[in-house]
Design a protein. Structure first.
Length: 322
């Protein structure tokens, strides 16, 4: 990436691991220091925290209040990821710290994976693959699956990713409805203000809403009950959006038909009760995990930093206040 750099490079702190290619470019364009290189990060920040005006982190790790407080000269944060539930707004907003993230570039890959999970759990793809590997096919037939095309799809959160999921559903002749904080203008899908009512209507309920305090356990025990024994749940948002204890209970007791889960409440910890179930597909938070998307995210992390330092504004800022 070409960049207009001053003779004195801006001092940037890196919090947590990033793509090697992104780390290399950051080190080329800025005066970069990796906090993970320090044996005692707290002591290092106590001595050197005031030197840094920029911070690069990932949405998965986030930036907590203690880190922001340790960087008194901080002016900008560039986060690798679209989610901002782990970025502490209580510290960044009052100080006027610019916070950038990487939306849009991951919409398609996340939507693709949402459909992969939907197809997998409904048709029993992963379970059938294990059936073959165990040689069970030699002595019996795999269980029947559930058709996806032509069914009712409820989307929780019709943002960028939710709309990409809905677009794919059209190709499957699905009827689409959605729930969210407010009705979205200019879309052909039905709006249902009650999430419980949406779950009761839907054959498949896909969660694509932002994480954070406002959406914690939004998919509650009541919502799961409404989804019912023929309904499937797919989550490509954040694990905290679902009451995980209630979900585990519903899956174990077959009070919902199944679930496709890319995220969990306490990643990388996954409830042990789910491990042996064939009505749930478990993935390690890989919805945006393609070479193409990760490179686009890395490019946007850099673009946000250069845009801030060159123009005084981010290309993609976190939309605070919500």
């Amino acid at each position: 990436m070409s960049a207009s750099l001053t003779s004195t490079k801006h001092r940037i702190l890196q919090h947590g691991p990033l793509l090697p290619s992104l780390e290399a470019q950051l080190a080329h364009d800025f005066d970069l220091h990796r906090l993970t290189d320090e044996a005692d990060p707290q002591a290092y920040l106590h001595t050197h925290g005031g030197e840094f005006i920029g911070l690069v982190a990932s949405a998965a790790i986030g930036v907590d209040a203690a880190l922001v407080d340790a960087l008194p000269a901080l002016r900008v944060i560039s986060s690798f990821g679209v989610g901002f539930d782990k970025l502490d707004a209580s510290r960044t907003v009052p100080r006027g710290i610019a916070v950038g993230h990487t939306p849009d570039v991951l919409n398609d890959c996340v939507a693709d994976l949402a459909f992969a999970l939907m197809l997998d759990v409904a048709r029993g793809v992963s379970a059938a693959e294990r059936f073959v590997r165990r040689s069970d096919w030699l002595t019996g037939r795999a269980p029947l699956g559930t058709r996806v095309s032509g069914k009712r799809l409820g989307i929780v959160g019709l943002g960028r990713i939710g709309r990409a999921i809905a677009k794919r559903a059209v190709g499957f002749d699905m009827e689409v409805a959605y729930s969210g904080r407010s009705q979205v203008d200019g879309v052909p899908y039905a709006f249902e203000p009650s999430l419980t009512a949406l779950a009761e209507w839907a054959d498949f309920l896909v969660v694509a809403v932002a994480g954070g305090v406002a959406t914690r356990h939004l998919v509650s025990r009541d919502v799961l009950t409404a989804l019912g024994p023929k309904g499937f749940l797919v989550n490509v948002a954040r694990g905290t959006v679902i009451d995980e204890a209630a979900l585990v209970e519903a899956l174990v007791q077959r009070r919902i038909a199944g679930a496709g889960l890319d995220v969990f409440e306490n990643e990388p910890q996954v409830p042990q009760a789910l491990m042996a179930l064939d009505n749930v597909v478990l993935l390690p938070h890989i919805a945006s995990g393609t070479h193409e998307t990760r490179q686009a995210m890395a490019d946007l992390v850099l673009t946000n930093l250069h845009s801030f330092f060159d123009k005084g504004r981010l290309q993609c800022a976190v939309p605070w206040p919500l």
